[in-house]
Design a protein around this ligand. Structure first.
Ligand code: UDX
Length: 439
């Protein structure tokens, strides 16, 4: 199959690289000359484990190329994927579809033969139908179909998620388009990963419903964690016991400082918005959004308690600023709420993150960056584990405690235990959803 991928952002690049690894001929298109130049030089502009190797392997095999020339990419393609950004629009919270519609129009203007125009970007229900209308208007004689093919990739595990998905969702209007999509995903289908074929609107809705459900599951356990702290229960044990019920499942039940990232915050807001528009308020999702904000704020109170009521004059080591490990992404990361509160309260913050420094420097003013967790803890009054990078999971806690001015630990990902902290000599320890201590 010949595939054109419009947009070499996170989703577009991962999908393009993985499709080429299936054996398809893939051309990735982007308007940004610097991006294309870097890609042509074998450089991956984002941090995603394994992506560079897979990309370069397929470039060498001649199956994967990059270009700014959309016409060249679309000519002869069986399918053109739209994987451009859909940021939240300022003011009304809607997903901004300008780039999606502009891509659809451009494709329509240059396509000559039958082609399936596939939307990979997460878009509000009804967008694919609109894409169809835009294409028809721009090129009334073009023979084409539209398809919705939402992605479920987790950052940091994107290649595995693409190659071993729980399911692939494809929304179509015709059998012809369904066949093209089945041919594209055939390597997965042959390995027993199911394709769920639906109508366009259902495919669009599956994406929102899945992400809102997962965000709800996390927020639910985060709220239970807050109660555990008050009643003397341990959320790790609770989560284990609850998750062993197969109807619930143990995934996405880890309590933490609130969900972040590029999908959950954006998609829950978009779903709430769609519900309001259709006079069916998504009350559960709306509450999840509100509770997640409260959870992030509650983390600040936790740190304040540990610091004796004020951050003023304290030195705080922040370990991890990205929204989760194995990514350099800081979109809606809890650090964006917590770190400014520390700095604003008069703390001296020394941060350390294996990949987040570059973005962190721009987004978190007033922070000193160090390369090493031990260096950040040196002479600090508080260490905060904010992202569970492997690098922070097996620290020499004794060494850290000994180097600190006052040895306090806020373990906001439950990587350690009160016993670990006590043995290492910390005078105070707090985590999520279980009792801490102050000596
Ligand atoms: C998510 C979805 O998993 C993916 O299917 C979707 O298409 C894109 O959004 P991603 O945002 O990359 O992927 O990360 P994910 O691993 O799902 O984590 C999202 C957030 O939830 C992170 O802030 C993470 O720290 C938090 N989380 C996750 C928890 O707090 N507890 C958990 O048990 C799981």
């Amino acid at each position: 199959m010949k595939i054109a991928m419009i947009g070499t952002g996170y989703v577009g690049l991962v999908s393009g690289v993985c499709f080429s690894d299936f054996g398809h001929e893939v051309v990735c298109v982007d308007k940004d000359p610097r991006k294309i130049e870097r890609l042509e030089n074998g450089e991956v502009p984002i941090f995603e484990p394994g992506l560079d190797l897979l990309m370069n392997k397929n470039v060498e095999a001649g199956r994967l190329t990059f270009t700014m020339d959309l016409e060249k990419a679309v000519t002869g393609a069986d399918a053109v994927f739209i994987a451009v950004g859909t940021p939240t629009r300022r003011g009304d919270g809607h997903a901004d579809l300008t780039y999606v519609m502009a891509a659809a129009e451009e494709i329509a203007r240059v396509a000559k033969e039958y082609v399936v125009i596939v939307t990979k970007s997460t878009v509000p229900v009804g967008t694919n139908r609109q894409v169809g209308e835009v294409v028809k208007k721009a090129n009334p004689s073009l023979d084409f179909d539209v398809a919705s093919n939402p992605e479920f990739l987790r950052e940091g595990a994107a290649i595995d998620d693409f190659m071993k998905p729980d399911r692939v969702v494809v929304g179509v209007q015709t059998d012809r388009a369904a066949e093209v999509m089945a041919d594209i995903y055939r390597p997965l289908y042959l390995r027993d990963f199911p394709i769920v074929t639906t109508d366009l609107e259902s495919a669009e809705m599956i994406k929102y419903a899945a992400n809102a459900f997962l965000a709800t599951k996390i927020t639910f356990i985060n709220e239970i964690a807050a109660l555990c702290e008050k009643v003397g229960a341990d959320v790790k044990q609770v989560s284990k016991g609850v998750g062993m019920d197969n109807r619930i499942g143990n995934k996405f039940l880890h309590a933490g400082p609130g969900y972040g990232g590029s999908c959950f915050p954006k998609d829950t807001k978009a779903l709430a918005r769609i519900g309001q528009e259709h006079a069916v308020p998504m009350q559960i999702t709306e509450t999840v959004i509100k509770v997640n904000e409260e959870i992030k704020r509650r983390m600040i109170d936790k740190l304040l308690d540990l610091c004796g009521g004020s951050f003023n004059g304290k030195t705080v080591a922040v370990l991890g600023v990205t929204f989760k490990p194995n990514t350099d992404d800081m979109r809606d990361a809890p650090s964006l709420t917590i770190v400014p509160a520390l700095v604003g309260g008069g703390a001296k913050v020394k941060a350390c993150d294996p990949q987040g420094r570059h973005e962190g420097e721009a987004l978190l003013p007033g922070v000193t960056w160090v390369e090493d967790p031990y260096e950040s803890a040196d002479k600090a009054d508080l260490v905060v584990v904010l992202t569970e990078w492997n690098e922070f999971r097996a620290l020499d806690l004794k060494r850290i405690a000994e180097s600190m001015t006052t040895a306090r630990l806020a373990d906001l990902r439950n990587v350690y235990s009160p016993t670990d902290a006590e043995r290492a000599g910390f005078v105070a320890y707090e985590s999520i959803g279980r009792e801490g201590y102050t000596r």
